[in-house]
Design a protein around this ligand. Structure first.
Ligand code: FRU
Length: 490
């Protein structure tokens, strides 16, 4: 249909047909980045889950590959990971050979257990281990294993969700086949209904050192509704994860980034993630017919101390510069209070907007009637039909909002539209990087400390960009607007 084409992203991965949710098995094999994903090839709804597969050499241009792991009589192929068993610790490869192994959940209505499969052709196809499951605790809510090699203790460590118990279980193995229980973490942070898709990684802290970060996806029960990914910063000693404090972070201030996974086997331990750009609250009702499901852009992740000294996750899109076409001329420099500047947008192309803005100081001697006045800087993507997508900054509280309510392509009770976050409460300056691609919006503010990911469904093309200063003037310290070259051939 027309909406299948109109809403199809041009630089984000989406399946040709069928339904896609979580990214799975993210791994770099030395040449290719693999993206496996939860996939129903038969219908644009969740069900009959297989592992779909695509490969890339830059995390942006993706090549579709055959289904890697099918649904079987043992159940659907739920989320999981891949590892490189380079030294044949499993003993499942031919003598002197290693290869890729997948550890994932098989789910049937009454049982969820962890399965192992190996690939002798570099991740193209997988053969199930003959004595599956490798880990079964007689539960129907035990899923989404992530496995990594923990060098200090020289063993594989698995994190896996005991979903309804709101716990993340830790197991260890030397052969990927036999697993010993180490510890449990949680309930902690958000309660919600199910804990899903845990990820544990050691990440660089900007300025020096590292921390272990445990990501836990929760659904439903996110503060913005439905699916959300929370994270804990702490230490992992090979047995137990201990958070530094009782504070939790959220990977997103909006509601369409879920089940985030981090790439394994990256050079220099670079932390790169991809999440599902969706939410269980409405993913099966989105206004496309033949396909549903989108992945976020790949994101580089680091840890950084915020204005108050807390260690927080910073995420920024990775490698987008390579897709930039010639800059769209837009010479806005200074906006007086109440004024705006506008530019026409090229049709059908993804856009990359970076802005750095300082809003004028609030006058100290405002007359009584103006005491409540604040200064806002507003970024509007709109059209002549009166639709608008708005991202705004309130300078006197340091908060940012995102408003997708004034778009008319989709309505559903849970498809709420307004989200906000605080950047820095004492700062009239903000920087923002916005990527708009068909029905997706990703916002990276404050150097990536505040990230908002949102599905957006305008009824017609958003064909202008307008910048508005309201209540106070603003100086645009830097502005760059680029079209992004289409990379997904769909
Ligand atoms: C998360 C999730 C996982 C499960 C998969 C099923 O979105 O519910 O817990 O493995 O999706 O597709």
């Amino acid at each position: 249909t027309q909406s299948d084409v109109f809403y199809r992203p041009t630089i984000h991965f989406s399946p040709v047909t069928g339904f896609m949710n979580d990214p799975n098995g993210l791994i770099f094999d030395g040449t290719y980045y693999h993206l496996y994903y939860q996939y129903d090839p038969f219908a644009p709804y969740a069900g009959r889950v297989h592992w779909g597969h695509a490969t890339s050499t830059d995390l942006l241009h993706w090549q579709d590959q055959p289904i890697a792991i099918p649904e079987t009589r043992d159940g659907e192929a739920y989320s999981g990971c891949t590892v490189l068993d380079a030294k044949n610790a499993s003993g499942l490869f031919d003598a002197g050979q290693g290869g890729m192994a997948a550890i994932y959940t098989r789910a049937s209505p009454h049982r969820q257990a962890q399965y192992l499969a190996i690939s002798r052709d570099n991740g193209q196809s997988f053969t199930e281990y003959a004595h599956n499951p490798i880990l079964d605790i007689g539960s129907n809510s035990f899923r989404d294993p992530q496995v990594m090699f923990h060098k200090p203790t020289n063993q594989w460590v698995m994190v896996v969700a005991k979903s309804r118990l709101h716990q993340i279980a830790f197991y260890a193995s030397i052969d990927l086949i036999h697993w010993v229980h180490l510890s449990d973490f949680g309930p902690s942070g958000l309660f919600g209904v199910d804990y899903e898709c845990p990820n544990l990684i050691e990440m660089a802290l900007e300025g020096g050192g590292t921390r272990w970060v445990l990501f836990v996806s929760v659904n439903p029960g996110g503060p913005t509704g439905g699916s959300i990914t929370q994270y804990f910063v702490g230490q992992f000693d090979g047995t137990r994860f201990v958070p530094d404090d009782t504070v939790i972070g959220l990977t997103d201030f909006a509601k369409d980034a879920y089940a985030m996974q981090v790439y394994g086997n990256m050079p220099r331990d670079e932390a790169v993630s991809i999440a599902w750009l969706g939410n269980w609250q409405y993913c099966q009702e989105l206004p496309t017919q033949s396909w549903r499901g989108i992945m976020t852009l790949p994101r580089t992740m680091t840890l950084r101390r915020d204005f108050a000294g807390w260690i927080r996750l910073a995420q920024n899109p990775r490698g987008l510069e390579a897709l930039r076409g010639p800059a769209i001329p837009f010479a806005a420099r200074r906006l007086a209070a109440g004024s705006s500047a506008q530019v026409a947008l090229p049709p059908g192309t993804a856009l990359d907007l970076s802005l750095s803005v300082t809003v004028d100081e609030r006058p100290h001697d405002l007359p009584l009637g103006d005491k409540g006045r604040t200064g806002r800087f507003v970024i509007v993507f709109g059209n002549e039909q009166g639709e608008s997508l708005t991202i705004g900054f309130d300078a006197f509280s340091g908060q940012l909002w995102l408003d997708r309510n004034n778009l008319r392509g989709f309505a559903q009770p849970f498809f709420t539209g307004q989200f906000s976050t605080v950047l820095n409460p004492d700062d009239r300056h903000f920087d923002i990087h916005i990527v708009l691609d068909a029905c997706t919006l990703e916002i990276f503010a404050n150097g990536g400390l505040s990230v908002g990911t949102a599905l957006i469904f305008p009824a017609g093309p958003l064909d202008f960009l307008r910048l508005e200063a309201s209540g106070a003037g603003a100086t645009i310290d830097a502005l760059a607007l680029y079209p992004l070259q289409k990379v997904m051939q769909r």
